[in-house]
Write a protein that binds this ligand. Structure first.
Ligand code: ADP
Ligand code: MG
Length: 678
């Protein structure tokens, strides 16, 4: 084995560790482990305490326990049927005979020796005179006297095998180099990295697990905070594209409505930023329907009128296309040259657009990720807007920002996150909040019903469509393993042939090509499609004010925030809108959750409730915040540590702005943020 002590562990491929090799390395890769560094950060999910053994008599029925016992009869083998062999043997803990049955595990059965002492780990079934255990874990007593780490494993790479490799690495490593400054460790009462790493994998005592975790969580959150602060630092760049004036009132003249006070405030904040001495980095946060697009429009309009280019990036082609269509209409008499660039733009067209962007012949470009590809260059990019930015990683934002000399950045998000947390995770941005909905908006009426109401709901939809309105129907969410595609298709077909024979239905699902999606979506926006059956791909941002009904099947399977986003697709015009949540769930908690949807239209209240009842893991499900993935820390659960780390990061950076004294920590931070690019 190579000498690990002379290497950068993040550079040593896991395959060179004794007992791994090329083939097994691939199994480790599946768990996201590529280097020895990754392996050491692959922390156990939980632990089994084998150190406190009980006697079979004391063992509580049905609970997993460790029993120290001697094997007293040799293994008897019995073939029950093809492919199923039972191994039976008896153990004694000194007072009770324990009948042990092992299924199919020949390797284990052959390794057992009579009169040797073992630890049996599992559940005990007790009868009057004896006890039995079915497929317990069995270890020799001398190596079993400890707390066992349990790792997230796969079928072909189990926890025990992972533990063995981790152990061999740790045994071959001298003391791990410290990454945190001594003062920080002392001030926050943190153990050394060496102690933390060894104890988190193989704790010698239960209380060491907490000591180790405390240090590792702190370090991870500290790295996050330092990274974010540096990102902000990078962005506090000189404003090279100052707006010389603004065209706010001219823009207002284009609109068919009066802007809300909140919209005006946000627009003015943006325009002030852009006239200032440093570039803008601003988040506009507003609930669904609060009119974020108009804010972006006003800022884009002023930018372009001052002679610069502007870009707007949306997370889906549907949304990008929709923004393109509506801005084309809004700006039709304004002499603004705008174009759409997405993944499905034809190659020749792409070439033309790219050339035109470089020559400054396009004023405003709208698009998807395609906009941040390396070969897209601008002549004079002054503003980048990202819509629904929570779908983008921090790095992606930064990457687009790098394209201009130093463009202003405006990010728009409907994700309602608790304010304290927002200030921390969006630490690199100033925030404008749209806390007001456009006037005349009627509350969306939300009802929770079970599936016996289907006929009535369908009739209700027919009536609305007969009146010229449109409806969304969100398909049942499928279980893992089932095909979303098949179930959505089947459901749409059933609706078309059995329920809505005389109506135009459209189907939208995740597996469709972007072009097809756009075609369906535009047909719906035009009103040609009356009822849009969809999987959750419509969740974000689309705007069809004529749609007034949102029917969601299996509502209990969605997170409340997702339901709120879906509901936000209706109630966008002046007509009364309805959200119908269908659920047959018998569980009290899901009933309660759905009632919350009925009781409020306020996204922040809903997010708070979601947070309290589903836990932070779900709240940030799918990493919607776009921040680096945290391995051990949890931003909400470890909120206090997060706050401490924010302060600590500030102190460290003001003492040593480039962190020259902590090269190892810097390297780790760079790694952490590099991985954000998905
Ligand atoms: P979101 O904040 O969810 O992105 P949008 O920008 O899509 O919201 O706006 C929702 C709808 O409200 C659109 O149809 C838009 O034209 C309309 N709208 C926006 N601002 C106003 C306003 N001040 N008065 C009336 N309608 C508005
Ligand atoms: Mg929007």
């Amino acid at each position: 084995m190579i000498d690990l002590n002379t290497q950068d562990l993040n550079e040593v491929n896991i395959q060179y560790i004794k007992g791994v090799g090329e083939k097994r390395a691939r199994l480790f890769n599946k768990l996201g482990i590529y280097s020895v560094g990754d392996l050491l950060c692959y922390y156990p999910r939980k632990y089994q305490d084998w150190s406190k053994s009980v006697s079979a008599l004391e063992a509580p029925e049905g609970e997993v326990v460790a029993i120290r016992a001697t094997m007293i009869t040799p293994v008897q083998e019995a073939k029950i049927r093809k492919g199923m062999t039972l191994y039976k043997c008896n153990f004694s803990d000194g007072e009770t005979v324990i009948h042990v049955t092992i299924f199919n595990n020949k390797y284990l059965a052959q390794a057992l020796r009579t009169y040797e002492e073992y630890i049996l780990f599992g559940k005990v079934d007790k009868s009057f005179t004896s006890a039995s255990m079915s497929s317990p874990q069995i270890e020799k007593f001398d190596i079993a006297d400890s707390i066992h780490p349990i790792y997230g494993a796969t079928e072909s790479l189990n926890s025990k095998a992972i533990a063995k490799v981790v152990k061999s690495v740790l045994d071959n490593l001298g003391e791990l180099g410290e990454t945190l400054p001594e003062e920080v460790k002392q001030k926050y009462n943190l153990c050394s990295l060496d102690f933390a790493t060894r104890q988190v994998h193989f704790p010698s005592d239960v209380k060491n697990i907490e000591i180790a975790r405390k240090r590792l969580i702190f370090e991870e959150l500290l790295m996050l905070q330092i990274g974010l602060l540096k990102l902000r630092d990078k962005k506090e760049t000189k404003n090279e594209t100052r707006l010389t004036g603004d065209y706010f009132s001219e823009f207002e003249g284009l609109l068919s409505f009066e802007l809300t006070r909140a919209q005006k405030r946000a627009i003015n904040e943006c325009l002030d930023d852009m006239k200032g001495s440093t570039t803008m980095n601003r988040l506009v946060q507003g609930d669904v329907g609060s009119g974020k697009t108009a804010v972006a429009g006003a800022v884009v309009f002023s930018t372009v009128k001052c002679g610069y280019q502007a870009a707007m990036m949306a997370p889906t082609e549907i949304l990008a296309t929709q923004h393109y269509e509506s801005f084309k209409k809004l700006f039709k008499d304004c002499d603004i040259r705008l174009e759409l660039l997405t993944g499905s733009t034809k190659a020749a067209e792409k070439r033309r657009i790219k050339a035109a962007l470089m020559d400054g012949e396009i004023d405003f470009i709208i698009g998807t990720h395609a906009l941040i590809q390396n070969d897209v260059e601008f002549k004079d990019l002054a503003l980048v807007v990202t819509d629904e930015q929570h779908r983008f990683g921090v790095e992606q934002r930064a990457s687009l920002a790098m394209k201009g000399t130093s463009p202003h950045l405006l990010v728009m998000s409907a994700t309602p996150i608790p304010r304290t947390l927002g200030l921390i995770i969006y630490g690199d941005l100033d925030i404008s909040i749209l806390d007001e909905l456009p006037p005349g908006r009627q509350e969306i009426r939300t009802d929770v019903v079970d599936s016996t109401f289907h006929t009535r709901i369908y009739n209700f939809i027919k009536k609305a469509v007969d009146d010229g309105k449109q409806a969304y129907i969100v398909c049942p969410l499928v279980d893992e393993g089932e095909s979303e595609l098949i179930s959505a298709k089947e459901y749409a077909e059933k609706l078309q042939t059995e329920v809505f024979k005389d109506y135009n239905l459209g189907l939208l699902h995740g597996k469709m090509k972007a072009k097809e999606k756009d075609a369906v979506m535009s047909a719906f926006a035009r009103g040609d499609v009356q009822i849009l059956v969809s999987t959750t791909v419509i969740e974000v941002g689309v705007d069809v004010p004529n749609a007034t009904i949102m029917l969601i099947e299996n509502a209990e399977r969605f997170g409340l925030s997702a339901l709120h986003q879906l509901r936000g697709r209706v109630g966008r015009g002046k007509d009364k809108s309805y959200c119908i949540l269908v659920s047959d769930s018998k569980s009290d908690s899901s009933a309660e959750r759905l009632q919350v949807m009925k009781s409020t239209n306020n996204g922040f209240k809903i997010a708070d409730y979601d947070l309290k009842t589903r836990g932070p893991g779900d709240f940030f499900g799918k990493r919607q915040h776009g921040l680096p993935n945290l391995i051990i820390a949890d931003m909400l659960e470890d909120m206090d540590t997060l706050k401490a780390c924010q302060q600590c990061a500030q102190e460290m950076l003001s003492a040593d702005p480039r962190l020259d004294s902590y090269p190892a920590l810097c390297k780790n931070i760079n790694n952490m943020f590099r991985k954000t690019n998905y």
